[in-house]
Design a protein around this ligand. Structure first.
Ligand code: ATP
Ligand code: MG
Length: 465
C-alpha cells in the first residue's frame, strides 16, 4: 500500500537540507536523452525487460543507483537496480521469475539465469509518524525498518549520495538528477543528500559506503560529507556483525583495496572494524607492509580478472595481532603450538564480536595460520607430502607474503618454490585452493558443486523470457 505523507514533501525537503552545503534535495534536473551517455545497449537486457514490463503495466520504472552512475562514468556496473511505484507484492505478481526478499527493507529479486535485477518500491524518508522505528537508547536515530512507501521525489531524498540518486527513465530515456547529483558526477565528488550527521546516524554504514565509492570511483568526498566521519566512526559498533561482514567483502573486493585501506585508516574507520590490527599497523612497519601488500596483491588479481577469496586477506589482516598474542602466551611459558592455538581462539573471538566471519572462512584462516609452523620445518622427510595438503597453496602464498613484507624466514619461500618445481606431479596434485583462487565461482570459498541447485520452480513454472 502506498502511504501518503502527512507532511508536505517541501517540508521534508527543508528538514533534510544539508546545513553546510547549499543543497536542495528536491531540486530536480532532467537531462534529456541526447545530453547524456546512457544508451540501451549499455544496459543489461534483463534490466530492460523489467523496466519495460513495469512500464507497460502502468507503473513508473527507473534504473537507479550504481547502474546509472557507473554507466554514465563509462564503467561496467556491478548490478542494475530498478525503482518503481509498484509495491513489492505488485512486482512479485507481475514477474513469475521473482521472489520477495528482506525484512528490514522489502525488495523483489527478478531472476534471469545468473542475473538478478533488484526491484525496490519508492521509499519515503523516515519520519516520526511512520512505522520506521527509532532505537531507544544509545543508538538514537538509527533506522531499523524502512518500509514506508512514497513517490520518486521522496525516494531520491532517502538515498545516500547525490550521484546514487540519478534515475534513468525508461519512458523517455532521460536522466533525472536530484540535489545536484549530475553536477557532482561531472565534478567527481561524493556528497550525502541532506544533513550528513543525521544521515550517518540513520545508517552508519553510509560512512563505509563513502570510502568504498571514493576508492572505487576515484571521487573526492565533499567537505561536509567527510568532516563528521572520524567523530561518528564509533557508531559502526551498532551495526550487526553479519552486515559488517558483507560490507567488508564489498570494501576489499572491488579492485581498489589498497586505496580503501588507506582511506579507512585516514577516517578512523579501520580501527572500528579491526581494532587489534589497527594497533599493530600503527606500531609495527612490518604489519603495515603486510596489510598493504595483501591489498595490492588482491587488487592485482582482480584487475587481471582472477578470482579472490576472502579467507586469505582476512588471515593476513589478523596475522600481526595473532603473532603478538602468541608471543604473550609464549612469554608465560607456553609452547609455540598451544600458544598459537590459544592466540587464534582469542584473536578470532574478539574479531567475531565485530565482524561475523562465517565458519567457511574462519576455518581455512586458522588452517593457514597452523600450516605456517609446519612449513618452516623444511628438514622433515614429510615435506613433499605437505605439498599435497589441501591448504598448502594458500599457506605457501602466505609464506611468500610474509617474506615480501619484510619477515626474515631463512628463505623458506624459495625452498617450497624449488620443491614444487622439482616435483611437478605433486604440485599439480595440489588442490586448487590457492589463496586467491576461490573454491566457489563467486569467491565465497564454498565448493561450486554444492551451490549448483536447479533454479526454483523450474519444473512447475519456466522462468519468463
Ligand atoms: P554498487 O552496486 O556498485 O555497490 P550501488 O550504488 O548500486 O553501488 P547498492 O548497494 O547496489 O549500491 O545500492 C543501490 C542504491 O540504493 C544506491 O545507489 C543508493 O541509491 C541506495 N542505497 C544503498 N544503500 C543505501 C544506504 N545505506 N543508504 C541510503 N541509500 C542506499
Ligand atoms: Mg548496485
Amino acid at each position: 500500500m502506498i502511504r501518503t505523507l502527512s507532511k508536505t514533501v517541501k517540508e521534508l525537503g527543508r528538514r533534510l537540507t544539508g546545513k553546510k552545503r547549499n543543497q536542495d534535495p528536491l531540486e530536480l534536473r532532467i537531462i534529456p536523452r541526447d545530453e547524456h551517455s546512457i544508451s540501451r545497449s549499455n544496459v543489461s537486457e534483463s534490466a530492460l525487460k523489467v523496466l519495460y514490463r513495469l512500464n507497460k503495466a502502468g507503473y513508473e520504472a527507473y534504473l537507479v543507483g550504481g547502474g546509472v552512475r557507473d554507466t554514465l562514468l563509462g564503467l561496467n556496473p556491478k548490478d542494475f537496480d530498478v525503482a518503481t511505484n509498484a509495491t513489492p507484492e505488485q512486482v512479485n505478481h507481475l514477474f513469475r521469475n521473482s521472489r520477495l526478499i528482506g525484512r528490514r527493507f522489502k525488495l523483489v529479486h527478478v531472476v534471469y539465469g545468473r542475473e538478478v535485477i533488484e526491484v525496490a518500491t519508492f521509499r519515503a524518508p523516515p519520519t516520526d509518524e511512520h512505522s520506521t522505528k527509532v532505537a531507544a537508547t544509545g543508538d538514537q536515530g538509527m533506522i531499523l525498518r524502512d518500509n514506508v512507501y512514497g513517490n520518486k521525489d521522496e525516494d531520491a531524498m532517502r538515498r545516500d549520495f547525490t550521484v546514487n540518486a540519478l534515475y534513468y527513465d525508461i519512458s523517455d530515456f532521460s536522466v533525472h538528477s536530484y540535489a545536484g547529483g549530475w553536477e557532482d558526477l561531472i565534478n567527481r565528488r561524493l556528497c550525502l543528500i541532506g544533513d550528513p550527521e543525521t544521515r550517518y546516524r540513520e545508517d552508519p554504514v553510509r560512512m563505509l559506503r563513502a570510502i568504498r565509492f571514493a576508492a572505487k570511483l576515484g571521487f573526492s568526498i565533499e567537505a561536509s560529507t567527510a568532516e563528521p566521519i572520524p567523530v561518528m566512526a564509533p557508531l559502526l559498533g551498532q551495526i550487526p556483525s553479519a552486515r559488517l561482514f558483507e560490507e567488508i567483502l564489498k570494501l576489499f573486493l572491488h579492485g581498489n583495496a589498497l586505496e580503501t585501506l588507506r582511506l579507512l585508516r585516514e577516517y578512523g574507520l579501520f580501527g572500528q572494524l579491526f581494532p587489534a590490527t589497527e594497533q599493530c599497523l600503527r606500531e609495527d612497519p612490518h604489519a603495515l607492509a603486510m596489510a598493504e601488500n595483501t591489498m595490492r596483491n588482491t587488487d592485482e588479481r582482480i584487475q587481471a580478472g582472477k578470482s579472490v577469496t576472502p579467507y586469505f586477506f582476512l588471515a593476513a589482516l589478523m596475522w600481526p595481532p595473532l603473532m603478538r598474542v602468541q608471543k604473550e602466551f609464549e612469554a608465560r611459558g607456553m609452547h609455540a603450538n598451544p600458544a598459537l592455538q590459544k592466540a587464534a581462539d582469542r584473536v578470532m573471538s574478539q574479531q567475531l564480536q565485530i565482524i561475523a566471519i562465517p565458519k567457511r572462512f574462519s576455518i581455512p584462516m586458522r588452517e593457514i595460520w597452523e600450516m605456517q609452523s609446519r612449513l618452516t620445518r623444511t628438514q622433515s622427510k614429510k615435506a613433499p607430502e605437505l605439498v599435497t595438503h589441501p591448504r598448502f597453496r594458500a599457506s605457501y602464498d602466505f609464506i611468500l607474503l610474509r617474506e615480501q613484507s619484510g619477515e626474515k624466514l631463512d628463505g623458506i619461500g624459495a625452498f617450497w618454490t624449488r620443491l614444487q618445481e622439482q616435483n611437478p606431479d605433486l604440485a599439480n596434485f595440489t588442490p586448487r585452493d590457492s589463496v586467491f583462487e576461490a573454491d566457489g565461482e563467486d569467491g565465497s570459498g564454498r565448493p561450486a558443486r554444492k551451490r549448483r541447485r536447479p533454479p526454483r520452480n523450474r519444473t512447475r513454472r519456466p522462468p519468463q523470457n
